[in-house]
Design a protein around this ligand. Structure first.
Ligand code: DX5
Ligand code: ZN
Length: 219
């Protein structure tokens, strides 16, 4: 299991120290970009990512919840994004955007919201280095995981096997120690956790607790 804590749940007045708290315990840093249009919330943009970049060596896993992300991928890459995830629902030609992300030297990923069927992204899988399955409606941290969304992880893994691909699947939304077992059982490779990590009094202890759960499962 890789852990990608979502900065959305961190103290926005102290982002640098929030990242430092988990820097050596996690695998990536999940950065949720919201435009108030694709989702009904506004978070932060490339300037914040650029400001954080010199303070962390983590892989910046940038999740774009914005309309027509093609307008901004270059800016996010320049700001320091290592991976750029776009929503299949956010653009007319996701294939071209994924190719453009790769051409910029970043790792492309495609995301599906809860109401989008897994099969919609089957043709895009060869263009992706990761797939993000939303387990809540995008827009806000601190929501409850929708269990039915996890069924899509199995469907995607089966389709990947059919296509001869092996792409990590990330799950995002409402994940924490309490439901980690069922999330991992569905085949998820990368776990995003916002409130469960940065909302905890001790983010490091929260990450350790998640790792302990994983090892107790023997996965
Ligand atoms: C929701 C975001 C998530 C969110 C996760 O739109 O994409 O990454 O920050 O936060 P929690 O873990 O609190 O659900
Ligand atoms: Zn996210």
């Amino acid at each position: 299991m890789k852990i990608s804590p979502s900065l959305l749940a961190a103290d926005f007045a102290n982002l640098q120290s929030s990242v430092a708290k988990v820097e050596h315990a996690v695998d990536m840093l999940h950065l949720d970009v919201m435009d108030g249009c694709f989702v009904p919330n506004i978070s932060f943009g490339p300037a914040v990512i650029k400001a954080l970049r010199p303070h962390s060596k983590l892989f910046f896993d940038v999740h774009l919840m914005i309309e027509r992300p093609e307008r901004y991928i270059e800016e996010f890459r320049k700001a320091g994004a290592n991976g750029i995830t776009i929503h299949v629902e956010s653009t007319e030609n996701p294939a071209e955007v994924l190719k453009a992300i790769r051409a910029l030297g970043a790792k492309p990923a495609i995301s599906i919201s809860p109401d989008t069927k897994a099969e919609v992204i089957f043709p895009l899988l060869p263009l992706c280095d990761m797939v993000l399955v939303m387990t809540v409606y995008p827009g806000f941290g601190g929501q409850k995981l929708i269990p039915a969304c996890l069924d899509k992880v199995k469907e995607l893994k089966a389709e990947m096997a059919r296509q001869g691909l092996n792409i990590p699947v990330e799950a995002d939304g409402g994940i924490g120690a309490a439901n980690l077992e069922s999330v991992l059982a569905s085949g998820v490779d990368v776990v995003v956790a916002g409130s469960a990590v940065f909302g905890a009094t001790d983010p490091m202890a929260a990450v350790d607790a998640m790792r302990e759960i994983e090892s107790s499962l023997g996965t």
